[in-house]
Design a protein around this ligand. Structure first.
Ligand code: LMR
Length: 394
């Protein structure tokens, strides 16, 4: 039977991780996978997470199953973090999921149950795994323009023109903040125009928010998601705790749905519970429990927010330094966009050949679409990267 299996296409982010590991060069620099690293190149366990783990170890008396949707206290805490009190609670259903990826997968599953001829509009470019999941599920994708190759900002006119082709029954996948891979984001007035178009076409937004707190701040990064959620009849939201709580391997995510009216919420909730049951029964609990403890404890929450803010500011600082160094070495302002982008990533907008030269000649690893992880840099490597970019003729 297994001889019938065909090789699957490689995931370009994970493939790059493996290549980096195998590279014996001491001077190699990893700007690939989206994992935060501090100035020493370490992905630390956040202080509040450690403290919550200690408390949990002391106080937890059972590891019995929780429930198909996970702990309701986790849903409440995450709904508060992502949506504030912008949406009536009784219109929201939620399930805990294994990471943000699990939430994305369950969102597509749910949308397909509700809309068998589902088409999903995806930004061009988007996180490669969005497309990979949609392709694996056999769901039709419709790309919409997003990144302007010249300015490295959002091609908003192109985006709106392409989204005008949406209709009821379609889903449009939007990145709530810190667009992955480009780092280019809509401003609030552009988000308002997107909302008008959604309401005009009847398409359902699905917001993937995996980097809340990495862009302009915890509240600021949730603003677009809250605006959309409060302004349309129905919405899907996939959120991840991997990055902002630094609990990547604990697989902690959540899928929320907002229904048009409260009487529709139980059926959404039931369908989502069913999807969890069919996929893995009970979602993982450890990370979700830590997140719940942190968000519900004033001291832990304040400490977490402070550390997250330090992480955010360190990335902004690196952006500024890299843009300045590139300006100095190239004598041009063409890299100014790096300081304007937000989140963990920026897309340089160069060719896979140039990216390969950076890897082969300088040991600098970034994804072939020229996405670089800003958090992979430090004071020492910023000038090395800037020089390599300019020397390569990018
Ligand atoms: C990334 O985009 O690098 C992260 O979201 C990690 C992943 O799973 O691809």
């Amino acid at each position: 039977m297994f001889s019938n299996l065909k090789a699957q296409p490689a995931d370009k982010i994970l493939e790059l991780m493996a290549k980096y590991r195998e590279d014996p060069r001491q001077t190699k620099i990893d700007l690939g996978v989206g994992v935060y690293k501090n100035a020493d190149g370490v992905t630390p366990v956040m202080r509040a997470v450690k403290a919550a783990e200690k408390q949990l170890w002391e106080e937890q008396t059972t590891k019995a199953y929780v429930g198909l949707a996970g702990d309701p206290a986790y849903s409440d805490a995450m709904i508060g973090l992502v949506l504030g009190d912008e949406v009536e609670r009784d219109r929201i259903a939620a399930i805990a999921t294994p990471g943000g990826t699990g939430a994305v997968r369950q969102a597509f599953e749910l949308a397909r149950l509700a809309s068998p001829d589902l088409r999903v509009f995806v930004s061009s470019p988007t996180w490669p795994n969005h497309l990979s999941i949609l392709n694996a599920m056999g769901i039709e994708t419709v790309p919409y323009r997003y990144f302007d190759a010249e300015s490295r900002a959002v091609d908003f006119d192109g985006m709106m023109t392409d989204l005008a082709g949406m209709r009821a029954g379609d889903v449009v996948l939007l990145h709530g903040c810190c667009h992955n891979p480009t780092g280019a984001n809509l401003n609030m007035s552009q988000w308002r125009e997107v909302v008008s178009l959604l309401n005009k076409t009847g398409a359902t937004p699905m917001i993937d928010i995996a980097y809340q707190g990495f862009g302009d701040g915890l509240e600021e990064d949730a603003a677009a998601t809250r605006l959309v959620a409060a302004s349309v009849p129905e919405c899907l939201i996939a959120a991840s705790c991997s990055k902002n709580f630094g609990i990547y391997r604990e697989r902690t995510g959540i899928l929320m749905t907002i229904s048009e009216s409260a009487d529709l919420t139980p059926v959404s909730q039931g369908n989502m519970n069913h999807l969890n049951r069919q996929s893995y029964s009970f979602p993982p609990d450890h990370g979700a429990r830590l997140v719940t403890m942190i968000l519900n404890d004033e001291t832990l929450r304040a400490d977490w927010q402070q550390e997250l803010e330090d992480v955010r500011l360190s990335m902004l600082n690196l952006r500024k330094q890299l843009a300045e160094e590139l300006q100095r070495l190239s004598g041009s302002d063409r890299f100014g966009f790096i300081a304007e982008h937000r989140g963990m990533f920026s897309q340089l907008g160069t060719t896979p050949e140039m990216v390969e030269r950076l890897r082969a000649e300088h040991g600098i690893y970034m994804v072939s679409d020229s996405r670089l992880n800003i958090a992979g840099l430090n004071q020492t490597t910023v000038p090395i990267l800037a020089k390599a970019i300019v020397d390569t003729g990018i």
